[in-house]
Design a protein around this ligand. Structure first.
Ligand code: ZN
Length: 345
């Protein structure tokens, strides 16, 4: 247990320090999953309080960043928006993480990216794009502070992470009715306020999805409701093209096409229709906690999955800032295979 944690932490440190890591021997999708015999320890993940402390630290350090509280969770935790608005006339992208509390590596990646925005690594990017980040929309679920039983969750270390919010509601099915305070905060104080052009909604899926016979590091999908404006969907496909080119070409990234429904209660669909925003769903491999063994991922792939988030945010912000997203080639969508589930038994 100790060894695997050390290796994960070390590989993460190396990846983040080097920026561009040497190509690994295997794609991240081939990394080990839980398999019933690896400890799922959540100690590398930011707790809600540590995340807030990091956001406040970056806010104090970075003149271009503004940190705003957009509302409170059911249990009263402040919900945060990190804003970089250099010119209101610039195109704007929103990165949303952890609607599902048990899907946290995307938040880890978003925090890492926020740190990058305060360094020379992304010099000039903020001149051409406004960036909004809502990390951890569901902090109550992320901290297991919920009003339903926590029996059977696999993660060790005193912290359970749940998909639903404190009331047991799936926030990513609440984008039409908007009953939960977390969903209301997002719509009333982010979606309705800023002229957002693009959104990437970041999630985690199970560990056994594959494309072309190889386990995937993630999957992507554009709005599939028939009510979305075709121009908005085209923008989503271009956003997906930028992500696919950046991730699938790394050697460790391997993406499939997510198989998702057309309900507008889901942000990918509902936000595209309601606000005319080009949305992309990105589902990364493996959850931070679950009651289902095949859904959670051992820690050896954590570094790559965090890097996959950073790569995604960096590539899309750059493509919007320099305008190259406008000519992104969307033809790959015509041949990108839907992911299938590996038969493990
Ligand atoms: Zn999710």
């Amino acid at each position: 247990m100790k060894t695997s944690r050390t290796v994960a932490a070390l590989s993460l440190a190396v990846l983040l320090a080097s920026g561009a890591a040497a190509a690994p021997a295997v794609a991240v999708g081939e990394g080990p999953n839980y398999g019933g015999n690896e400890t799922i320890n959540t100690s590398i993940l930011h707790t809600y309080d540590k995340m807030v402390a990091e956001l406040k630290k970056q806010d104090a350090r970075q003149p271009a960043m503004e940190l705003e509280v957009i509302g409170q969770s059911v249990k009263g935790r402040d919900l945060y928006l990190a804003k970089y608005i250099s010119d209101p006339d610039n195109p704007t992208i929103l990165y949303l993480t952890q609607q599902h509390g048990n899907e946290q590596l995307t938040t880890e990646g978003a925090l890492e990216y926020i740190k990058h925005l305060g360094t020379g690594k992304t010099k000039g990017v903020l001149d051409g794009v406004n960036i909004l980040v809502v990390p951890m929309l569901n902090p109550d679920g992320a901290m297991g502070d919920v009003d339903f039983p926590l029996d059977g969750y696999i993660a060790d270390g005193g912290r359970t992470l749940t998909r639903a919010n404190a009331t047991g509601t799936d926030l990513n099915r609440d984008h039409v009715a908007k009953i939960q305070p977390e969903t209301q905060a997002l719509h009333e104080n982010v979606m309705s306020v800023y002229g957002i052009d693009y959104m990437i909604d970041l999630h985690h899926q199970g560990t056994q999805s594959e494309r072309d016979g190889e386990l995937v590091s993630g999957s992507i999908l554009f709005p599939t409701t028939p009510n979305a404006d075709p121009a908005v969907v085209e923008g989503s496909k271009r956003l997906g093209a930028v992500v696919f080119d950046a991730v699938d070409s790394t050697g460790w990234g391997h993406l499939g096409r997510y198989v998702g429904g057309s309900a507008e209660t889901i942000s990918r669909n509902g936000i595209a229709v309601e606000y005319g925003i080009s949305t992309l769903l990105f589902e990364m491999r493996g959850m931070s906690d679950n009651t289902n063994e095949s859904a959670v991922l051992g820690q050896k792939s954590n570094g790559y999955l965090i890097k996959q988030t950073v790569t995604t945010l960096d590539a899309t912000a750059r493509a919007i800032a320099d305008g190259s997203i406008d000519t992104a080639d969307t033809s790959f969508w015509d041949t990108l295979a839907e992911q299938t589930t590996r038969d493990t038994e």
